[in-house]
Design a binder for this molecule. Structure first.
Ligand code: 2AM
Ligand code: CA
Length: 326
């Protein structure tokens, strides 16, 4: 469409100049890209560091970057489809599936006997003694569908454990439109490209910017969310609902958001993001404070100080909601 606004990457040769992950086999530290440096922020260490990571992170990062160009082209196409009567829903669903297929093929090439749990393709069994991939090809599909540039690819590695509970040991959230790769490995910290991430250091609720996910048609408990919102809203600096749980959690890890709450999510929405928050020094519990938030499918994430304050508010709100339940 002539006159339609075009994204800067919808042209020839434009590319966000973000640094790549260093090759784990290389001894050269990679530089900080100018557009992604966060000097002056307390949340990201401004010093150069050479992150040590396993080859798995390289595999995940490469898979996401291989899927990204088509996703960017499809996103641009969605702009044009907005005005058609049928709308872009079928197109976006096809983009979701194609992205997942690319990720599946790339990851399978690297680890042929691993299982795969993806939002679009369901479960593909692998060797039960080996880890499996947990993949969300587009987290923030509603944004993508509406032409809102806020969505991400999420990839996690879940290792089998004797008690039957898998444990996520690697996670990567890649935002194709900004070329930001948030990644974490158990015991090795959380990173944005080659910069170590820390959750925010803010301690006061009045300074806290809090992200959430709001229940939507047919999903979630709106009454419960409203109670929590009513309890937290008046106490904090602001509440944001951006529509991608994976990015919400990655941004808590990066200290952009101070806290986050949401319920009724799927494993692929949160697998990578939860590890990012934990490895960035944050706390994630359910609304009752248990450190197994997946069990109740409730997620409250923040630094330790804010977490305990928010947890008190949430617990109070839920007690009011269900006076006889517990
Ligand atoms: P999805 O984009 O992969 O579906 C945000 O609240 C989370 O809920 C996102 O991780 C998003 O994952 C999921 N979600 C599913 N349907 C949604 C909708 N209609 N609106 C907002 N989020 C939705
Ligand atoms: Ca999702």
């Amino acid at each position: 469409m002539s006159g339609a606004w075009r994204h800067p990457w919808e042209g020839e040769g434009w590319r966000w100049a973000a640094p790549r992950l260093p090759d784990p086999n290389s001894s050269r530290a990679c530089g900080l890209g100018p557009s992604l440096s966060h000097q002056g922020r307390g949340d990201v260490e401004a010093i150069r560091q050479m992150p040590s990571h396993s080859g798995l992170i390289t595999v995940m990062d490469r898979a996401a970057r291989r899927a990204a160009p088509k996703l960017r082209r499809d996103f641009n196409e969605v702009q044009h489809l907005q005005v058609s009567r049928k709308g872009p829903a079928d197109f976006v669903s096809a983009a979701d599936q194609a992205t997942e297929q690319t990720l599946y093929e790339e990851l399978k090439k690297a680890r042929p006997d691993w299982g795969f749990l993806g939002e679009e393709g369901g479960t593909r069994a692998g060797d039960p003694a080996k880890p499996r991939w947990i993949v969300d090809p587009i987290d923030g599909t509603s944004n993508f569908l509406h032409g809102i540039p806020h969505f991400a690819i999420s990839i996690a590695v879940e290792e089998p454990r004797p008690d039957g509970r898998g444990e996520v040991t690697q996670g990567l959230v890649y935002q194709p439109l900004t070329d930001e790769s948030f990644w974490a490995e158990k015991g090795r910290g959380a990173w944005l490209q080659d910069k170590r991430l820390r959750v925010s250091a803010r301690r006061e609720l009045t300074e806290a910017l809090v992200a959430t996910g709001i229940p939507f048609a047919g999903h979630g408990d709106f009454a419960e969310w409203t109670r929590i919102f009513a309890a937290i809203g008046p106490e904090v600096a602001g509440i944001r609902r951006f529509g991608s749980a994976a990015l919400d959690l990655a941004w808590v890890a990066a200290g952009r958001f101070d806290a986050y709450w949401e319920s009724d999510l799927k494993p692929w929405d949160v697998a990578a993001g939860l590890l990012l928050v934990k490895e960035a020094g944050g706390f994630v519990t359910d609304y009752r404070g248990s450190d197994r938030p997946m069990d109740r499918n409730e997620f409250l994430a923040a630094n330790d100080g804010l977490h305990s304050k928010l947890h008190k508010l949430v617990a109070q709100a839920l007690r009011k909601e269900r006076p006889k339940a517990e």
